[in-house]
Each structure stands twice: as structure tokens, then as C-alpha cells.
Design a protein around this ligand. Structure first.
Ligand SMILES: [Zn+2]
Length: 323
């Protein structure tokens, strides 16, 4: 039988319950707000997380609304949702990392029950939420300093059946682009760890820059509804989503120096390999080096911060599947 609890938080058929789930072994306590919506009727279990990155507000709001709108009397199966994974970072407005150990939770899977804070949280989510569920969505958006064009990612080379099911979830979500990722390209990502445990998982991203805008919230919420309908847990709401554009790879560009960053392209623009796409300058405004496109494709992801530190990402270029 599919999992119907997040750690010790569970509900009877036809019930919705919420509470704080606590990661064992961490002081001060790391507690995450979580909701179980258990349908009156039997069906699969969908696990959902948001707030793995604490300043990604659109998915936090969308997942919260989902847990409140679902009718447990009519739901077939169970929704398990952790609304805010990186709870210590929320009021700090932490970017990328959590304030307890300075690590990125979405680079910390599968984690360890005896590791650092991020590793323990990752391991807890994998064992007490994801494993035993039938499908998993990790809801994200651009962080405080990121703009992006909406996309979904799934693991290309997991068990082919698991990969195909994840691809189906990604296709129904309604976002513009999708990419099947190779495992070595996403070390420590939650959706990849899920797939390696046999649970089809996707990451879905819309929204950006700390703005909790209503259109993005609605589209994330609709994507989650589409997945529930795709799994047979609710009746379809609205029109089926348009098929996403399939990307072959995402090419990340990083800075080798700490500098100020002056991109000259926007998300959604097409670029050719070698095209000038911005400049890195020192704090006096002198040019340090040009930034040129590392591949031809679509600017899917763009850092929008003036300040960039050595090793930081600058831009992600989605290379479409050749047609
Ligand atoms: Zn994120």
C-alpha cells in the first residue's frame, strides 16, 4: 500500500490534517509545516515539497493553496505536502542555502541520518515522505536573484519506466520547457534521488526574484492539479496543458571571478554560441571580461544580481532537441 503519512503526521480517509514534522537529532529543532489530505476513496499517493529554497515564494503559496482546495471527500488517494522545507531560512530570506549549515538542500540528497543539518533533512524527506509514495513533485521558482522561463526537469536514465512516468508528469504540468537530465548533472537533487528509489519525480519551476505574483502562483497550482488528474486522483480541471518544448541539455555558465554582472539578454531570448551576452566588471566599473554564450539555445535561467561571487552561476541556456 502507498504511504499515507509524513513521519508521524497522518489522517484517516476523508480527512485533512496539518502539523509540524520534526527532523530527528537536530537542535535547535528543525520543524516543517506539513499537510496530509487523505481521500475518502483509495488511490495513489502524491508527495509534494516546496520551500526547499526559502525565498522561492510562488511554489510555497501554490502548494499551500492546493492543500486547502482539495476535497478529501472526493480525492482518490493521498496528497502529502511539506509546505516549507527550509523553515530556518524563511524569515532570514536565505538564498540557495539553509542558515544552519550553509548548504543547499537540493544538493544534499540522499543525505544521511547522521550528517549535517541539510543531509539529515534530505534523508528525512527521502525516507519519511518520498519513499513509498507513487509520485513526487518538488515545486520551485527562481530564487531572489534569479529570473527564469518556466520549465520542468526529470531524470533521464533512471529505470526506463520510472523515467517515462516522470516525463508524463512533466508533460502535463503546462510549463514551456522540459528536460530529461542525466544523473551526474544533478548531484544531490531531490527529484533525482526519488527516481533512484523508484518514485517518478519532477522539479517544476515558475516565478522569480522573490515576487509572489498571482499569475505564476496560479500556473504552479494548475500544474499540480494537472499532475493529480494525470494520476487519476481528481477529475481534470480546465483544458489539457500544451506540450512543452523538449530540451536536450541545459548549459550552465559560471563566473570565474567575483565581479559585478551586466547581462545584455533576458530570459526567453534565443542566443547563438559565442554571442556576447553581458560583461563582468570590477567595482570601479572597469571591464574584467566579456560573457559570451557557451551554447546556442534559449536563455532559460538568468542571475539578476549585480554582485556575483567566483563560482556563481550566471546563466542557463536550454539547448532544444534537434527536430
Ligand atoms: Zn529552488
Amino acid at each position: 500500500m502507498s504511504r499515507v503519512a509524513i513521519a508521524d503526521l497522518t489522517a484517516e480517509p476523508g480527512q485533512r490534517r496539518h502539523g509540524l514534522v520534526r527532523v530527528p537529532g537536530l537542535e535547535p529543532a528543525w520543524e516543517m509545516p506539513a499537510v496530509v489530505v487523505r481521500g475518502r476513496l483509495p488511490g495513489p499517493t502524491l508527495a509534494v515539497t516546496s520551500g526547499m529554497h526559502a525565498a522561492e515564494y510562488v511554489p510555497i503559496e501554490a502548494v499551500t493553496r492546493l492543500t486547502r482546495e482539495l476535497d478529501p471527500e472526493r480525492l482518490r488517494g493521498t496528497l502529502l505536502a511539506v509546505l516549507l522545507v527550509n523553515s530556518p531560512g524563511f524569515f532570514e530570506r536565505s538564498i540557495y542555502v539553509n542558515p544552519r549549515d550553509g548548504r543547499n538542500l537540493n544538493r544534499s540528497f540522499p543525505g544521511s541520518p547522521s550528517g549535517s543539518a541539510a543531509e539529515r533533512v534530505a534523508n528525512f524527506l527521502l525516507e519519511e515522505l518520498i519513499a513509498g509514495s507513487d509520485a513526487y513533485v518538488d515545486a520551485h521558482c527562481g530564487d531572489l536573484i534569479e529570473a527564469l522561463s518556466p520549465f520542468t526537469l526529470w531524470l533521464r536514465s533512471a529505470d526506463p519506466q520510472v523515467a517515462e512516468r516522470a516525463r508524463g508528469m512533466a508533460a502535463c504540468y503546462g510549463f514551456e520547457h522540459t528536460l530529461g537530465v542525466d544523473p551526474e548533472a544533478v548531484p544531490g537533487a531531490a527529484y533525482a534521488a526519488a527516481a533512484l528509489r523508484g518514485v517518478p519525480g519532477i522539479i517544476a519551476e515558475i516565478g522569480e526574484q522573490g515576487i509572489c505574483d498571482e499569475p505564476s502562483v496560479r500556473r504552479h497550482l494548475q500544474g499540480l492539479r494537472n499532475v493529480l488528474a494525470h494520476l487519476g486522483m481528481i477529475d481534470a480541471v480546465g483544458e489539457p496543458a500544451a506540450a512543452p518544448q523538449e530540451m536536450d541539455q541545459m548549459v550552465w555558465m559560471r563566473t570565474g571571478v567575483s565581479a559585478t554582472y551586466h547581462p545584455t539578454v533576458a530570459v526567453g531570448e534565443w542566443v547563438t554560441e559565442g554571442q556576447p551576452v553581458g560583461e563582468l566588471r570590477d567595482i570601479f566599473g572597469d571591464k574584467l571580461e566579456p560573457v559570451t554564450a557557451a551554447a546556442g539555445g534559449l536563455v532559460v535561467f538568468l542571475v539578476t544580481s549585480l554582485a556575483v561571487k567566483e563560482g556563481d552561476p550566471l546563466m542557463g541556456i536550454g539547448v532544444p532537441v534537434a527536430t
